[in-house]
Design a protein. Structure first.
Length: 102
């Protein structure tokens, strides 16, 4: 857990170990008053986790640029159903934005 001023900050995480695989569930929702530098550090650590062999990250994120930068794969959900999925990375932004368009 990081500390920013009077606000305790942590990416909400859960960790599940299944055999040799480790799954980390993350959300980087930003409480009011948190310093952007702390959010950037949390995001950097999440990206590092995605690069570790045998470690999967389930990222629930509303900031598209960061989410795609961190993702190997993406899934867009609408009312609990997958409406779009594909390879992650910044090149997927157009497809994801189209899937999110109302």
């Amino acid at each position: 857990m990081a500390r920013a001023g009077r606000v305790d900050v942590a990416a909400a995480t859960g960790r599940v170990e299944a055999g040799d695989q480790v799954v980390c569930c993350c959300s980087t929702s930003r409480p009011r008053g948190i310093q952007p530098s702390v959010v950037a550090e949390i995001q950097e650590r999440i990206v590092e986790l995605t690069r570790q062999p045998g470690f999967s990250v389930l990222l629930v994120e509303q900031h598209l640029g960061f989410a795609l930068r961190a993702a190997n794969r993406y899934h867009v959900l609408e009312s609990g159903r997958v409406t779009s999925d594909g390879d992650g990375g910044v090149t997927a932004e157009r497809e994801v934005r189209a899937a999110l368009a109302v």
